[in-house]
Design a protein around this ligand. Structure first.
Ligand code: 16G
Length: 243
């Protein structure tokens, strides 16, 4: 797909034609993943569109996740992420979910230690103001790709030593005899803010799923309050419904 052919004889405004051509190129493989687009200036010259128009077409595709802009080196066709199906019927851990798919998980730690409980944590765990909680925040990667940002909080008697969590939180809880047996999850659609998007490797404002999980021990006690941000382009949550 050569730039001089980026404007077809199609219908509609020229920027829409450029956009359509780029999408066709990506979908047909003529513009393969990780291939670079010529500079905007060059595309503008070849298509006789203004740079503003070219930028508008490209920015639209960046927002939709088809193209990514790498600092200092231009625009590239994004590698399509394989979406993962995640069942909503089982209380599993990220490590277990990925292991079942044969994927290795890694974590980039953002925070791990003992902190003063927030109002939300005080309410969830039935603590008093000034009490501490164990908190672990991390970027979770699977197969080398960033998948989710996760911040878990737990009462200190359930997880006395957060530093002990090096890979799987649930594995540590299992060992301590504190593995949750039930959880309630709330999923909301959001647009990722700049910092979150940068960590997850997507464009600012890209779609994400915000998931709040409250999990319980067999005794009914709240064991975990976790806020996760999943990439909207990487996950399908699947629930089975029965009459
Ligand atoms: C999942 C859970 C999270 C839990 C984590 C434990 C969702 C939305 N969240 O990511 O609440 O803390 O698993 O994973 O599913 P780990 O045992 O691998 O650390």
């Amino acid at each position: 797909l050569r730039p001089e052919n980026w404007l077809g004889s199609g219908e509609g405004p020229r920027y829409v034609q450029l956009r359509r051509r780029l999408i066709e190129g990506i979908e047909s493989g003529a513009l393969p993943p990780n291939s670079s687009l010529p500079p905007e200036r060059e595309i503008a010259e070849l298509t006789e569109l203004s740079r503003v128009t070219v930028r508008k077409a490209i920015q639209g595709l960046v927002r939709e996740g088809l193209i990514e802009q790498r600092q200092g080196s231009g625009s590239f066709v994004r590698e399509a992420v394989t979406r993962m199906e995640q069942s909503l019927s089982h209380l599993t851990s990220f490590t277990e979910d990925m292991a079942r798919r044969g994927m290795e998980t890694t974590s980039t730690w953002l925070e791990r230690g003992v902190f003063m409980a927030s109002a939300e944590e005080i309410a969830a765990f039935g603590l008093a103001a000034g009490d501490n909680v164990a908190r672990i925040s991390r970027l979770r990667e699977a197969g080398g790709r960033p998948m989710a940002l996760e911040r878990a909080a737990l009462p200190l008697d359930i997880l006395p030593n957060p530093i002990e969590v090096t890979t799987s939180l649930y594995e540590v809880l299992d060992r301590l005899g504190n593995r949750p047996v039930r959880a309630v999850q709330k999923i909301s659609a959001i647009n990722l803010e700049a910092r979150e998007a940068a960590l997850l490797g997507v464009a600012e404002g890209a779609a994400g799923l915000s998931i709040a999980r409250t999990s319980y021990l067999a005794t009914g006690r709240v064991a975990e309050l976790t806020h996760s941000l999943y990439r909207g382009d990487a996950y399908d949550f699947v629930a089975e419904l029965r009459l």
